[in-house]
Unconditional design. Sequence first.
Length: 297
Amino acid sequence: MPTIRVLAPGLCLGLALSALLAPQHAAAATITACVANQNGAVRFVASPGTCVPGLESSVQFNTSGPAGSTGATGPQGATGPQGATGSQGVAGARGATGATGATGVTGATGAAGATGPAGNDGSTGATGVAGSPGANGGQIYSSNFLFNVSSSEYLFGVSGEGTAVSYTAGTVQGQALFVPADCTAGAVTATAVGATSGATATFYLATGTDLTLDGLGVYVSCNLTVGSNGVGSCATPSGAALTTDHFIAYALFPSSTSGFNGAHVLARFACTSTAGSTSAAQAKSAAKTGQLSPLVP
């Protein structure tokens, strides 16, 4: 009788699985088999109900096992070579207009531009309306006199150049001038040049109705102080009305007899016409009634 080899159940099962996992059965999802209880012989069946009860046991196997756990991350691969530049893409659609940005800071002032060419001359304008007649400018009296003697009282003329003299009765006639017409004496000023520093004096515009020493009186005056440069000036704060029957002259009364020796005194005033004015009439009346302050050395 021929020898019957009985395979161990495990080996039989393994062979059976190998056969089932061959390519021709790879598409099966579940494998069903009947295993002999006595010798482990395996036969494949379509369903568990095909196995012989008491002689075989049914088993089933999945062709794919459950997914394993995720393996550890492998090391970083080497950087690949630079790829070739792609072709130019199609232009995208125009985007929506963005919101207006914030106002920037004011820039620095630019350099001045070059001067432009001169424009054409404009046409001559219409002649303006004639202005009102100006005030009478009056007559200017100006003099420059040398003080070459030491004295405490000087008399000198209101016009021209000359040499001042001591104020005595005999010198009034040689220095006084006749007032040519009723006028107001204004802007009376005097400047001493070459005098002693610190010297002081009182300057007068004197007037009178006769050519005697007592006939002259004070009309306007100012105080003059010489500076360190030898120059001193003063001006009267107001004017005075003069009349045609008066004589006028300048007088200077220094505080010391030698302070103005060798100096020049330049004096001036403007005589503005006041013919028919109240001030001229009042001045003439005051002079004739002796109301002028006497000019006494």
